[in-house]
Write a protein that binds this ligand. Structure first.
Ligand code: THG
Length: 367
């Protein structure tokens, strides 16, 4: 891969100076921002994430803020997930769909107040869609992108590190809940969440100026815990079945295709922009669905295009993410498989960028 040319369109983050000082080896682009992908090596970063604690610059998870009397109505109009039971202080993973039921994003929503929400975006320009809905429905709500940058603390020692910086109270924050905690006289949203299965927190840094102060404080507080700069790990997230918007799903896929049916209102009583389409898909069942796929043989390269899946020469789906897992000693992958072939144990062929391989549908993700 050649270098990324720096420019104003490719936004740095409040933590980029720290990331670079820590020796970032590779970046990707996410929401027009820099997102580190490798520090030492994918495998070394993976091992360390599972054994210690890492600080992740995930400022690219941009927030869309809804503020005003109609904030709740707009939130519910965007998603098939029933938000009526979501209390202040809770996070909710939500499919966001268009009028055809196609996935526009799969953000984490945070309910800050009855009239105030943040939507912590995956990689698509959802701000335009949300602003458009607000105008089209003539809603009384302000839609903005605030100066808020998430910093994640992930790994088995994350709770110990977070407790040193934010106090013992962090231990009481449950999964997908958040509290406002003091850091240097400023109250920051600290949530137990993050794009790994290793546990940890996400700190929503309000005000870019505070970014490097928090970064440095965490690094110093965790030096004896072997804290390192890290990033979402391409092996670990496939083992855990964490989906990547733009890779594992696009606007061509419904939440049911993505295995996110349990995040959709089961009774079909929630009125949202994709209600009609999703009611039909829920009734008929999806024609294909995301499945864990095991690819046999030696380590496969990174999946930078769809790899066709086949049975007896007929195409039955594709693989969208793959990696060799050191812990499971096999190639772990995420695929989209047609209904007739998605049963666990089904043998498939996959045309990887390094040639044809045998593969199989698994019953569950690895971790
Ligand atoms: N944290 C925050 N914002 C984000 C992400 C994040 N925005 C972009 C991206 N990640 C959105 N995608 C996901 C995908 C999976 C999860 C969160 C965001 C996730 N899933 C849990 C799982 O699958 O185990 C379960 C969620 C649940 O049970 O509600 O955490 O990581 N701020």
């Amino acid at each position: 891969m050649v270098h990324l040319s720096p420019s104003r369109r490719l936004r740095r983050t409040p933590f980029s100076d720290g990331v670079e000082a820590a020796g970032v080896a590779a970046y990707t682009v996410y929401n027009h921002m820099l997102l580190p992908t490798v520090f030492r090596s994918l495998e070394e970063d993976y091992r360390h994430l599972k054994e210690a604690v890492q600080i992740w610059d995930v400022a690219c998870e941009r927030q869309v803020e809804l503020q005003g009397p109609d904030a709740g109505r707009l939130m519910q109009w965007m998603t098939p997930r029933d938000l009526s039971g979501i209390q202040i202080g809770r996070c909710a993973y939500i499919p966001v769909v268009d009028a055809s039921g196609g996935m526009l994003n799969d953000p984490v929503a945070l309910k800050l107040a009855e009239d105030r929400w943040w939507i912590s975006l995956a990689d698509s320009d959802l701000l335009y869609w949300v602003t458009g809905l607000a105008h089209g429905l003539r809603l009384d709500v302000r839609v903005t992108e605030p100066d808020v940058s998430p910093l994640a603390v992930q790994g088995p020692l994350a709770e110990d590190l977070a407790a040193r910086v934010f106090g013992e109270t962090v231990r009481g924050i449950r999964f997908f809940q958040f509290r406002r905690l003091d850091f240097r006289g400023q109250s920051l949203v600290v949530a137990r969440s993050g794009y790994s299965k290793q546990g940890g927190f996400e700190i929503y840094v309000e005000g870019s100026d505070l970014g490097m102060t928090l970064w440095t404080t965490l690094m110093e507080a965790g030096s004896d815990l072997d804290v390192r700069a890290g990033c979402p790990n391409g092996i670990e997230r496939i083992e855990g079945g964490l989906l990547s918007y733009g890779n594992d799903m696009t606007v061509a896929d419904s939440p049911f295709d993505c295995g996110l049916g349990h995040f959709c209102d089961a009774l079909g009583t929630v009125d949202h922009v994709g209600s009609k389409a999703l009611t039909r898909i829920a009734r008929d069942g999806p024609a294909r669905q995301i499945r864990p796929i095991e690819i046999w043989g030696t380590p496969v390269p990174a999946c930078d295009r769809l790899w066709p899946l086949s049975v007896g020469g007929d195409r039955v789906g594709h693989v969208s993410s793959a990696a060799y897992s050191p812990d499971f000693g096999t190639n772990v992958a995420i695929g989209m498989v047609d209904r007739a072939h998605w049963e666990p144990g089904t043998d498939l062929g996959v045309e990887t960028s390094a040639g044809f391989r045998s593969a199989a549908v698994r019953d569950r993700f690895w971790a």
